[in-house]
Design a protein around this ligand. Structure first.
Ligand SMILES: [Zn+2]
Length: 235
């Protein structure tokens, strides 16, 4: 991949999750219960879709093989990705990308109010990589990139990539902008930093591998709503 990432020109359905846990209260709707998540995976399977990591998805798409694939992404790197999501993904034969925060491994989501959730530590990140998941970068500290100066942006996007490479032992291809906070200027830094792609939220820019739009998935998303979100994302 690296900077030669090509897109087929189709809009790509990319789903965005955070925590897979039974957590209440959840005012920001960042948690999907394991039961609901299992239902969503079963629905995708039943309708002939396969959920895959972003590197797998973009590679297949570039070779015209992405038709029945859905990008599965998880922001922040919660420890419940390891304990709850990965076993269900493995059972379904799916893969996914988890975007972790290099300076906060083993910590908590202090940038949010409630609920307080634990983040994977370095050993956890290596474990999920060994279990077939792609490790992406979600900045050094979860800063709002549009609110900080260029030097700080470089720390959040370049230093974090190097730190994660040390931990995982392979090049980190993907970046996800904290809060979906992105524009062409930060997308240019992502490209220069050597990322092959970067995920925004909506609207993003479907024509740019460094501003890929994603669809939020929450606890309320049963089959009908999932179908609608995939349709809106081009499926
Ligand atoms: Zn985040």
């Amino acid at each position: 991949m690296s900077t030669t990432t090509r897109l087929s020109g189709r809009r790509l359905p990319i789903l965005m999750y955070h925590s897979i846990s039974d957590t209440q209260p959840d005012p920001n709707q960042i948690c999907v219960s394991p039961k609901r998540f299992a239902e969503q995976l079963a629905w995708l399977n039943h309708h002939g879709y396969r959920g895959v990591s972003m590197v797998e998805f973009l590679d297949a798409d570039a070779h015209g093989r992405g038709e029945r694939l859905v990008g599965m992404t998880f922001d922040d790197g919660y420890d419940d990705f390891r304990t709850n999501a990965v076993p269900l993904l493995n059972d379904a034969g799916f893969t996914a990308t988890v975007f972790v925060i290099s300076d906060r491994l083993g910590g908590e989501n202090e940038w949010d109010d409630e609920p307080r959730l634990r983040l994977m530590d370095a050993a956890g990140v290596r474990e999920v990589a060994q279990r077939g998941m792609e490790i992406g970068c979600h900045s050094s500290s979860h800063a709002r990139l549009l609110s900080v100066d260029d030097e700080h942006r470089v720390h959040e996007m370049v230093d974090s990539r190097a730190a994660l490479k040390e931990i995982v032992g392979v090049d980190v291809q993907g970046f996800a902008y904290p809060y979906g906070d992105a524009d062409e200027s930060v997308a240019a830094i992502a490209k220069d930093a050597g990322y092959g792609y970067a995920c925004a939220t909506k609207p993003g820019n479907p024509a740019s591998p460094w501003l890929l739009p994603r669809r939020f998935v929450g606890e309320r998303d049963g089959g009908m709503r999932l179908r609608l979100k995939l349709a809106l994302a081009g499926r």
